[in-house]
Design a protein around this ligand. Structure first.
Ligand SMILES: Cc1cc2nc3c(=O)[nH]c(=O)nc-3n(C[C@H](O)[C@H](O)[C@H](O)COP(=O)(O)OP(=O)(O)OC[C@H]3O[C@@H](n4cnc5c(N)ncnc54)[C@H](O)[C@@H]3O)c2cc1C
Length: 468
């Protein structure tokens, strides 16, 4: 990594890697020293999964169950990503017209979650409300049972090291500010933001500058009369939001009480607890390459949460006694980078109702695109489930890199459907399967016979076209 790799040059930022000044403290044995490349720990694994969100924890469990030595690196202290740290919910979307289109480890996870009282698994639309605390626990237990080495509170930082053939040799990770080096045979980027895909031209931005979907910061309201709130939701071909609350928030925006909002989505069914709803209503656009803009957007949304809660309280009797019980740890980027893959899913093929032979997952969620700079949403319902092919998960440039979840290669309109959790878990399972097979056979992912990956997914109860 050198100076020209930085997108912004700020005067006071301290995040990862060594300071570039001359100050030198301690010795290489106990402190990192960039000039001597002294890493405190050198680790090796078969498959390295970056990010423990819905895509990453499923990818890691899959590869480990298939016999690979797997290390999962996660910045936070628990799995679940946006589901647990971002308070987004429910888990969408397992069913298309009441028929289940996602199975495999994703559905096994939901069943385990439900068995522990942490989810409601049998709602007909295939959206699964859940309790974030139980989600974290069950996902962690499944990772441990599968034998995955989980490096919590460790972040991959800086550009991955490349071997002479252009494959990734190792990544640098920072744990409490101490740097380690992890070597692996195969890498899966499930960071949604592009911890690996963001370097060496392995990926690019999904949307044209200024058109990416906005950020949102979710929060929970307690004290809600959830029986009354339940009837407020309207599902039609334009949107599924609370119309009464939307009108109140529109008025609040016109009068300058709030700057922006989306939805709002504030219904029973986003959590499983009587009296609590998860609210997705804040909205702010930001250039994700600019830390100052991202911070300003997050700060704006945190300022607007109590005001939005007040507007909601005033607008409807179901919310009259409600209060903000929790705000998300992190704000959510709906779109950021994507892998430069062997194939990029186009909107046209996604809506064609046709399934390429390397289809590894089906999508059921509407093409649900939130618009930057307004409270609007473009929602287009699918006539048939959309296809996610294996080729959209395999790097075109790097011989040992795959991606899943938020980094799958797809045009923005198709991504607006596949970006939800069940589909991210399903692509995670496919990437984990391909990575384990690659390590076992010594074959690069792009040289794998796709039908063997598809067959392994069928054996693992994935719902794929042509099955029962
Ligand atoms: C506002 C909002 C509302 C949403 N609502 C819903 C909804 O109602 N239902 C639904 O199903 N989906 C919803 N989604 C989409 C859902 O969040 C995604 O489908 C899902 O979280 C993507 O999974 P992922 O594993 O790809 O990424 P993430 O969930 O983002 O997980 C990525 C993980 O990688 C980690 N990470 C990132 N960088 C690094 C690094 N350098 N080193 C180590 N770890 C790293 C992060 O900490 C995180 O845990 C919503 C998204 C947003 C933004």
């Amino acid at each position: 990594m050198n100076r020209r790799d930085f997108i912004r040059d700020l005067t006071c930022v301290s995040v990862c890697g060594a300071a570039m000044g001359d100050a030198r403290v301690g010795t290489a044995a106990t402190h990192n020293d960039m000039r001597t490349s002294a890493f405190l720990r050198k680790l090796t694994t078969g498959v390295c999964v970056v990010g423990g969100g819905p895509a990453g924890f499923v990818a890691a469990i899959t590869a480990s169950r298939l016999g690979a030595k797997v290390t999962l690196i996660e910045s936070l202290g628990f799995p679940g990503g946006m589901a647990t740290a971002g308070l987004v919910g429910p888990i969408s979307k397992f069913n298309f017209n009441s028929r289940r289109v996602v199975g495999g480890i994703a559905w096994e996870f939901v069943e385990r979650l439900a068995a522990r009282g942490g989810a409601i698994a049998d709602l007909p639309k295939g959206n699964v409300p859940f309790e974030a605390e139980v989600y974290r626990r069950v996902a962690r237990e499944m990772l441990e049972d599968a034998g995955v080495t989980c490096l919590w509170q460790s972040s991959v930082c800086g550009a991955p090291e490349l071997a002479a053939d252009g494959s990734i040799q190792a990544v640098t990770l920072s744990t409490a500010g101490f740097l380690s080096r992890l070597e692996a045979q195969m890498f899966i980027d499930c960071s949604a933001l592009g911890a690996l895909v963001g370097y060496h031209g392995f990926g690019g931005f999904r949307s044209e500058k200024g058109t990416a979907q906005p950020l949102s910061l979710c929060f929970h309201l307690g004290g809600v009369d959830t029986e009354k709130a339940r009837v407020l939701v309207r599902h039609d071909n334009e949107r599924s939001a609370n119309p009464v609350l939307r009108a109140a928030l529109e008025k609040a925006m016109k009068s300058g009480r709030i700057q922006s909002f989306g939805g709002p989505w504030a219904v029973w069914g986003s959590t499983i607890r009587r009296g609590f709803v998860s609210v997705n209503a804040t909205r702010a656009a930001a250039d994700v390459t600019d830390p100052v803009e991202v911070a300003a957007a997050t700060a704006l949304m945190r300022r607007e949460i109590p005001v939005i809660a007040e507007v909601i309280r005033e607008a409807d009797p179901a919310f009259r006694e409600s209060y903000v019980s929790q705000t998300a740890t992190v704000s959510g980027f709906r779109e950021c980078r994507e892998l430069q893959a062997l194939h990029r899913i186009t909107a046209e093929e996604f809506t064609s109702g046709e399934y390429p032979p390397d289809t590894i997952a089906l999508a059921a969620h509407p093409m649900d695109r939130h618009l930057a700079g307004s409270s609007a949403q473009n929602l287009s319902f699918l006539k048939k489930p959309g296809a996610i092919p294996l080729s959209a998960l395999i790097s075109a440039k790097c011989p040992n890199l795959l991606a899943a979840g938020g980094l799958v290669a797809a045009e923005p309109a198709a991504f607006a459907s596949i970006r939800v959790q069940a589909q991210c878990m399903a692509s995670g399972q496919a990437a984990g399967t391909a990575a384990a097979m690659s390590v076992k056979t010594g074959t690069a992912p792009k040289a794998l016979v796709a039908s063997t990956v598809v067959a392994a997914l069928r054996d693992a109860n994935a719902c794929l076209p042509g099955g029962d």
